[in-house]
Write a protein that binds this ligand. Structure first.
Ligand code: IPM
Ligand code: MG
Length: 368
Protein backbone atom coordinates (compact mmCIF):
# COMPACT_ATOMS: atom_id res chain seq x y z
CA UNK A 1 0.00 0.00 0.00
CA UNK A 2 1.23 3.51 -0.78
CA UNK A 3 1.90 5.60 2.26
CA UNK A 4 -0.30 8.65 2.42
CA UNK A 5 2.07 11.46 3.32
CA UNK A 6 1.48 13.76 6.22
CA UNK A 7 -2.18 14.50 6.09
CA UNK A 8 -3.22 16.77 8.91
CA UNK A 9 -6.09 15.97 11.23
CA UNK A 10 -6.91 18.50 13.91
CA UNK A 11 -8.43 17.19 17.11
CA UNK A 12 -10.35 19.70 19.22
CA UNK A 13 -11.37 17.91 22.42
CA UNK A 14 -13.20 20.88 23.96
CA UNK A 15 -15.12 20.53 27.20
CA UNK A 16 -16.92 18.02 29.39
CA UNK A 17 -16.62 14.51 28.02
CA UNK A 18 -14.98 15.88 24.84
CA UNK A 19 -11.39 15.10 25.93
CA UNK A 20 -12.35 11.56 26.97
CA UNK A 21 -14.03 10.62 23.71
CA UNK A 22 -11.38 12.33 21.56
CA UNK A 23 -8.69 10.35 23.40
CA UNK A 24 -10.19 7.15 21.99
CA UNK A 25 -10.27 8.60 18.48
CA UNK A 26 -6.63 9.54 18.80
CA UNK A 27 -5.79 5.94 19.74
CA UNK A 28 -7.60 4.74 16.62
CA UNK A 29 -5.83 7.18 14.30
CA UNK A 30 -2.52 6.08 15.80
CA UNK A 31 -3.54 2.47 15.17
CA UNK A 32 -4.27 3.27 11.51
CA UNK A 33 -0.92 5.05 11.19
CA UNK A 34 0.90 2.06 12.55
CA UNK A 35 -1.02 -0.81 10.98
CA UNK A 36 -2.47 0.54 7.76
CA UNK A 37 0.52 2.56 6.61
CA UNK A 38 -1.30 5.84 6.93
CA UNK A 39 0.67 8.83 8.01
CA UNK A 40 -1.72 11.21 9.66
CA UNK A 41 -0.20 14.08 11.48
CA UNK A 42 -2.36 14.65 14.53
CA UNK A 43 -2.57 18.17 15.90
CA UNK A 44 -4.58 19.29 18.89
CA UNK A 45 -5.99 22.57 20.09
CA UNK A 46 -8.14 24.09 22.79
CA UNK A 47 -11.68 25.23 22.04
CA UNK A 48 -14.70 26.28 24.04
CA UNK A 49 -14.48 26.62 27.80
CA UNK A 50 -11.08 24.93 27.82
CA UNK A 51 -9.73 27.71 25.62
CA UNK A 52 -11.56 30.39 27.59
CA UNK A 53 -10.00 29.17 30.85
CA UNK A 54 -6.52 29.59 29.42
CA UNK A 55 -6.87 32.50 26.96
CA UNK A 56 -10.15 34.24 27.93
CA UNK A 57 -11.23 33.49 24.38
CA UNK A 58 -13.26 30.45 23.20
CA UNK A 59 -11.02 29.97 20.16
CA UNK A 60 -7.67 31.62 19.49
CA UNK A 61 -6.49 32.68 16.03
CA UNK A 62 -3.78 30.07 16.26
CA UNK A 63 -6.29 27.25 16.64
CA UNK A 64 -8.55 28.76 14.01
CA UNK A 65 -5.71 28.83 11.47
CA UNK A 66 -4.80 25.26 12.32
CA UNK A 67 -8.38 24.34 11.46
CA UNK A 68 -8.07 26.16 8.15
CA UNK A 69 -4.97 24.17 7.29
CA UNK A 70 -6.22 20.73 8.26
CA UNK A 71 -7.88 18.25 5.95
CA UNK A 72 -10.35 17.34 8.64
CA UNK A 73 -11.27 18.71 12.04
CA UNK A 74 -12.75 16.42 14.67
CA UNK A 75 -14.36 18.16 17.61
CA UNK A 76 -15.47 16.59 20.89
CA UNK A 77 -17.96 18.95 22.52
CA UNK A 78 -18.12 22.46 23.94
CA UNK A 79 -19.91 24.12 26.82
CA UNK A 80 -20.80 23.57 30.44
CA UNK A 81 -22.64 25.22 33.32
CA UNK A 82 -19.46 26.97 34.46
CA UNK A 83 -19.67 29.24 31.41
CA UNK A 84 -23.41 29.94 31.45
CA UNK A 85 -23.07 33.50 32.69
CA UNK A 86 -20.40 34.68 30.28
CA UNK A 87 -21.30 37.30 27.72
CA UNK A 88 -22.23 35.85 24.33
CA UNK A 89 -18.94 36.54 22.57
CA UNK A 90 -16.96 34.63 25.21
CA UNK A 91 -19.18 31.58 25.48
CA UNK A 92 -17.85 28.17 24.46
CA UNK A 93 -20.53 27.81 21.76
CA UNK A 94 -19.04 30.82 19.94
CA UNK A 95 -16.02 28.68 19.01
CA UNK A 96 -18.29 26.21 17.28
CA UNK A 97 -20.29 28.91 15.52
CA UNK A 98 -17.13 30.69 14.37
CA UNK A 99 -15.66 27.49 12.94
CA UNK A 100 -18.92 26.72 11.14
CA UNK A 101 -19.33 30.23 9.76
CA UNK A 102 -15.76 31.00 8.78
CA UNK A 103 -14.92 27.60 7.36
CA UNK A 104 -18.22 28.05 5.47
CA UNK A 105 -19.55 24.69 6.58
CA UNK A 106 -23.05 25.20 5.29
CA UNK A 107 -24.25 21.59 5.18
CA UNK A 108 -24.54 19.60 8.37
CA UNK A 109 -25.20 15.90 7.88
CA UNK A 110 -26.79 14.21 10.85
CA UNK A 111 -27.67 10.59 10.34
CA UNK A 112 -30.26 9.00 12.63
CA UNK A 113 -29.66 5.31 12.36
CA UNK A 114 -31.15 2.68 14.59
CA UNK A 115 -28.53 0.09 15.46
CA UNK A 116 -30.26 -3.31 15.47
CA UNK A 117 -28.40 -4.28 18.64
CA UNK A 118 -30.04 -1.35 20.44
CA UNK A 119 -33.63 -1.43 19.22
CA UNK A 120 -34.74 -2.02 22.81
CA UNK A 121 -33.02 1.17 24.01
CA UNK A 122 -35.45 3.45 22.15
CA UNK A 123 -38.45 4.92 23.90
CA UNK A 124 -40.51 3.97 20.83
CA UNK A 125 -41.85 0.53 19.97
CA UNK A 126 -39.32 -1.73 18.20
CA UNK A 127 -41.43 -2.05 15.03
CA UNK A 128 -41.50 1.73 14.65
CA UNK A 129 -37.73 2.19 14.70
CA UNK A 130 -36.15 -1.11 13.69
CA UNK A 131 -34.26 -0.53 10.45
CA UNK A 132 -34.52 3.26 10.74
CA UNK A 133 -32.00 5.14 8.60
CA UNK A 134 -32.65 8.85 8.12
CA UNK A 135 -30.21 11.53 7.03
CA UNK A 136 -30.96 15.04 8.25
CA UNK A 137 -29.27 17.77 6.25
CA UNK A 138 -29.28 20.93 8.33
CA UNK A 139 -28.31 24.31 6.89
CA UNK A 140 -25.52 25.50 9.20
CA UNK A 141 -24.28 28.99 8.37
CA UNK A 142 -27.45 31.02 7.89
CA UNK A 143 -30.90 31.65 9.27
CA UNK A 144 -31.63 32.94 12.72
CA UNK A 145 -28.30 31.77 14.17
CA UNK A 146 -26.42 34.45 12.25
CA UNK A 147 -29.00 36.96 10.94
CA UNK A 148 -28.65 40.69 11.56
CA UNK A 149 -29.91 42.77 13.27
CA UNK A 150 -29.60 40.94 16.54
CA UNK A 151 -29.28 42.00 20.15
CA UNK A 152 -31.06 43.11 23.28
CA UNK A 153 -32.05 46.76 23.53
CA UNK A 154 -33.75 48.99 26.06
CA UNK A 155 -37.15 50.30 25.02
CA UNK A 156 -39.73 52.53 26.67
CA UNK A 157 -41.43 51.78 29.99
CA UNK A 158 -38.32 50.10 31.38
CA UNK A 159 -38.79 47.19 29.07
CA UNK A 160 -36.19 45.46 26.95
CA UNK A 161 -36.49 43.93 23.50
CA UNK A 162 -34.62 40.87 22.21
CA UNK A 163 -34.14 40.70 18.45
CA UNK A 164 -32.91 37.99 16.09
CA UNK A 165 -33.33 37.87 12.36
CA UNK A 166 -34.20 34.90 10.24
CA UNK A 167 -33.32 35.24 6.57
CA UNK A 168 -32.21 33.10 3.66
CA UNK A 169 -31.23 33.82 0.07
CA UNK A 170 -31.79 31.69 -3.02
CA UNK A 171 -28.18 30.52 -3.18
CA UNK A 172 -28.03 29.67 0.53
CA UNK A 173 -31.13 27.52 0.15
CA UNK A 174 -30.18 25.87 -3.10
CA UNK A 175 -26.64 24.90 -2.16
CA UNK A 176 -27.84 22.97 0.88
CA UNK A 177 -30.76 21.47 -1.06
CA UNK A 178 -28.24 20.27 -3.64
CA UNK A 179 -26.31 18.42 -0.93
CA UNK A 180 -29.57 16.76 0.16
CA UNK A 181 -30.55 15.77 -3.39
CA UNK A 182 -27.08 14.37 -4.13
CA UNK A 183 -27.17 12.30 -0.94
CA UNK A 184 -30.67 11.05 -1.72
CA UNK A 185 -29.45 9.81 -5.11
CA UNK A 186 -27.12 7.44 -3.29
CA UNK A 187 -29.91 6.36 -0.92
CA UNK A 188 -33.63 6.03 -1.66
CA UNK A 189 -34.16 9.12 -3.83
CA UNK A 190 -36.53 10.69 -1.36
CA UNK A 191 -36.20 14.19 0.12
CA UNK A 192 -38.52 15.92 2.57
CA UNK A 193 -37.96 19.67 2.87
CA UNK A 194 -39.18 21.28 6.09
CA UNK A 195 -40.03 24.90 6.86
CA UNK A 196 -42.90 27.00 8.21
CA UNK A 197 -44.20 28.44 4.96
CA UNK A 198 -47.60 28.83 6.61
CA UNK A 199 -46.28 31.65 8.80
CA UNK A 200 -42.88 32.79 7.50
CA UNK A 201 -41.91 34.44 4.22
CA UNK A 202 -38.44 32.94 4.50
CA UNK A 203 -40.25 29.60 4.68
CA UNK A 204 -42.21 30.33 1.51
CA UNK A 205 -38.95 31.18 -0.25
CA UNK A 206 -37.32 28.02 1.12
CA UNK A 207 -40.11 25.85 -0.30
CA UNK A 208 -40.08 27.58 -3.70
CA UNK A 209 -36.31 27.49 -4.15
CA UNK A 210 -35.98 23.84 -3.13
CA UNK A 211 -38.76 22.94 -5.56
CA UNK A 212 -37.20 25.04 -8.34
CA UNK A 213 -33.85 23.27 -7.98
CA UNK A 214 -35.53 19.88 -8.06
CA UNK A 215 -37.53 20.78 -11.19
CA UNK A 216 -34.41 22.02 -12.91
CA UNK A 217 -31.79 19.45 -11.95
CA UNK A 218 -33.24 16.49 -10.10
CA UNK A 219 -36.21 15.10 -12.05
CA UNK A 220 -35.93 11.67 -10.43
CA UNK A 221 -35.96 12.77 -6.82
CA UNK A 222 -39.20 12.25 -4.96
CA UNK A 223 -39.46 15.63 -3.19
CA UNK A 224 -42.13 16.51 -0.66
CA UNK A 225 -42.58 19.57 1.54
CA UNK A 226 -43.63 19.39 5.16
CA UNK A 227 -44.21 22.00 7.83
CA UNK A 228 -41.56 21.67 10.51
CA UNK A 229 -44.02 21.13 13.35
CA UNK A 230 -45.71 18.35 11.40
CA UNK A 231 -42.27 16.85 10.75
CA UNK A 232 -41.58 16.79 14.50
CA UNK A 233 -44.83 14.85 14.94
CA UNK A 234 -44.27 12.51 11.99
CA UNK A 235 -40.80 11.64 13.31
CA UNK A 236 -42.50 10.12 16.34
CA UNK A 237 -45.49 8.66 14.52
CA UNK A 238 -43.79 7.00 11.57
CA UNK A 239 -40.11 7.88 11.24
CA UNK A 240 -39.45 5.29 8.54
CA UNK A 241 -41.39 7.39 6.02
CA UNK A 242 -38.28 9.62 5.79
CA UNK A 243 -35.10 9.15 3.78
CA UNK A 244 -33.37 12.56 3.58
CA UNK A 245 -34.74 15.60 5.43
CA UNK A 246 -33.44 19.04 4.47
CA UNK A 247 -34.16 22.02 6.65
CA UNK A 248 -32.86 25.33 8.00
CA UNK A 249 -30.43 25.93 10.84
CA UNK A 250 -32.89 26.24 13.74
CA UNK A 251 -35.41 23.59 12.71
CA UNK A 252 -32.49 21.31 11.88
CA UNK A 253 -31.06 21.79 15.37
CA UNK A 254 -34.33 20.71 16.94
CA UNK A 255 -35.40 17.96 14.53
CA UNK A 256 -31.96 16.34 14.60
CA UNK A 257 -32.03 16.06 18.40
CA UNK A 258 -35.46 14.49 18.18
CA UNK A 259 -34.44 12.07 15.44
CA UNK A 260 -31.27 11.13 17.30
CA UNK A 261 -33.15 10.30 20.46
CA UNK A 262 -35.59 8.10 18.51
CA UNK A 263 -32.76 5.72 17.87
CA UNK A 264 -32.19 5.35 21.61
CA UNK A 265 -28.55 6.02 21.08
CA UNK A 266 -27.49 9.64 21.23
CA UNK A 267 -24.10 8.27 22.22
CA UNK A 268 -23.73 6.57 18.84
CA UNK A 269 -24.52 9.31 16.37
CA UNK A 270 -21.83 11.17 14.44
CA UNK A 271 -22.18 14.24 12.25
CA UNK A 272 -20.34 15.91 9.42
CA UNK A 273 -20.30 19.59 8.51
CA UNK A 274 -19.23 20.21 4.95
CA UNK A 275 -18.33 23.35 3.06
CA UNK A 276 -17.90 24.33 -0.53
CA UNK A 277 -15.02 23.05 -2.66
CA UNK A 278 -11.94 25.31 -2.58
CA UNK A 279 -9.63 26.13 -5.52
CA UNK A 280 -7.95 22.75 -5.24
CA UNK A 281 -11.22 20.85 -5.28
CA UNK A 282 -10.98 20.08 -1.56
CA UNK A 283 -13.97 20.45 0.70
CA UNK A 284 -13.48 21.91 4.17
CA UNK A 285 -15.09 19.89 6.87
CA UNK A 286 -15.59 19.35 10.56
CA UNK A 287 -16.84 16.23 12.29
CA UNK A 288 -18.42 15.96 15.71
CA UNK A 289 -20.61 13.66 17.76
CA UNK A 290 -24.24 14.80 17.97
CA UNK A 291 -24.22 14.57 21.76
CA UNK A 292 -22.99 17.50 23.82
CA UNK A 293 -20.42 17.93 26.56
CA UNK A 294 -22.45 16.04 29.21
CA UNK A 295 -20.85 17.82 32.19
CA UNK A 296 -22.67 15.54 34.65
CA UNK A 297 -20.56 12.55 33.62
CA UNK A 298 -17.37 14.35 32.57
CA UNK A 299 -14.07 13.09 33.93
CA UNK A 300 -15.48 9.74 35.00
CA UNK A 301 -14.31 7.70 32.01
CA UNK A 302 -17.85 6.40 31.45
CA UNK A 303 -18.90 8.35 28.33
CA UNK A 304 -19.65 6.50 25.14
CA UNK A 305 -16.91 7.20 22.57
CA UNK A 306 -18.75 5.55 19.65
CA UNK A 307 -20.35 8.74 18.24
CA UNK A 308 -16.91 10.33 18.03
CA UNK A 309 -15.35 7.18 16.61
CA UNK A 310 -18.06 7.13 13.92
CA UNK A 311 -17.34 10.83 13.31
CA UNK A 312 -13.78 9.78 12.48
CA UNK A 313 -15.21 7.21 10.11
CA UNK A 314 -17.28 9.93 8.38
CA UNK A 315 -14.09 12.00 8.09
CA UNK A 316 -12.28 9.06 6.49
CA UNK A 317 -15.15 8.67 4.03
CA UNK A 318 -16.09 12.26 3.17
CA UNK A 319 -12.81 14.16 3.53
CA UNK A 320 -9.91 11.77 3.27
CA UNK A 321 -10.96 9.39 0.47
CA UNK A 322 -10.37 6.39 2.69
CA UNK A 323 -13.57 4.40 2.20
CA UNK A 324 -11.95 1.05 2.97
CA UNK A 325 -10.69 2.30 6.32
CA UNK A 326 -14.09 3.87 7.04
CA UNK A 327 -15.83 0.54 6.32
CA UNK A 328 -13.34 -1.25 8.53
CA UNK A 329 -14.01 1.13 11.40
CA UNK A 330 -17.81 0.97 11.00
CA UNK A 331 -17.74 -2.79 11.04
CA UNK A 332 -15.44 -2.87 14.08
CA UNK A 333 -18.07 -0.84 15.96
CA UNK A 334 -20.80 -3.24 14.82
CA UNK A 335 -18.78 -6.24 15.99
CA UNK A 336 -18.25 -4.72 19.43
CA UNK A 337 -21.99 -4.13 19.75
CA UNK A 338 -22.68 -7.68 18.48
CA UNK A 339 -20.45 -8.96 21.27
CA UNK A 340 -22.70 -7.26 23.81
CA UNK A 341 -20.10 -4.73 24.91
CA UNK A 342 -21.80 -1.56 26.14
CA UNK A 343 -21.03 1.72 27.83
CA UNK A 344 -23.35 2.76 30.64
CA UNK A 345 -25.66 4.90 28.45
CA UNK A 346 -26.67 1.92 26.28
CA UNK A 347 -26.37 -0.82 28.88
CA UNK A 348 -29.12 -3.41 29.22
CA UNK A 349 -29.38 -6.64 31.16
CA UNK A 350 -27.19 -9.52 30.05
CA UNK A 351 -24.65 -7.20 28.38
CA UNK A 352 -21.16 -6.37 29.49
CA UNK A 353 -20.66 -2.82 30.81
CA UNK A 354 -17.32 -1.20 30.07
CA UNK A 355 -15.83 2.27 30.47
CA UNK A 356 -14.75 4.73 27.79
CA UNK A 357 -11.19 3.52 27.34
CA UNK A 358 -12.11 -0.16 27.37
CA UNK A 359 -14.70 0.56 24.67
CA UNK A 360 -11.97 2.24 22.59
CA UNK A 361 -9.66 -0.73 23.07
CA UNK A 362 -12.47 -3.15 22.13
CA UNK A 363 -13.04 -1.28 18.86
CA UNK A 364 -9.31 -1.39 18.09
CA UNK A 365 -9.21 -5.11 18.79
CA UNK A 366 -11.91 -5.59 16.11
CA UNK A 367 -9.91 -3.61 13.56
CA UNK A 368 -7.26 -6.25 13.65
C1 IPM B 1 -25.77 21.53 17.92
C2 IPM B 1 -25.72 22.33 19.19
C3 IPM B 1 -25.25 23.73 18.87
C4 IPM B 1 -26.29 24.38 17.98
C5 IPM B 1 -24.93 24.61 20.08
C6 IPM B 1 -23.96 23.96 21.01
C7 IPM B 1 -24.48 25.98 19.67
O1 IPM B 1 -26.96 22.31 19.80
O2 IPM B 1 -24.72 21.40 17.26
O3 IPM B 1 -26.83 21.02 17.59
O4 IPM B 1 -27.28 24.93 18.46
O5 IPM B 1 -26.11 24.33 16.77
MG1 MG C 1 -28.37 21.02 18.91
Amino acid sequence: MIKVKNRKILLLPGDGIGPEVIREVKKIIEWFNKNKSLDFKIEEGLVGGASYDKHKNPITDEVFYKALESEAVILGAVGGPKYDNLEFSKRPERALLKLRKELKLFANLRPAICFEQLVAASSLKPEIISGLDIMIVRELTGGIYFGEPRGIEAIENNERKGVNTHSYTTSEIQRVAKVAFDLAKKRNNKVTSCEKSNVMEAGVLWREEVQALKDKEYPNIDLSHMLADNCAMQLLRNPKQFDVIVTDNLFGDILSDEAAMLTGSLGLLPSASLGAKDKNGKTRSMYEPVHGSAPDIAGKNIANPIATVLSLSMALRYSLDLDIEADLLDSAVQKVLDDGIRTKDIMSSGKKEVNTSVMGDAIISKLK
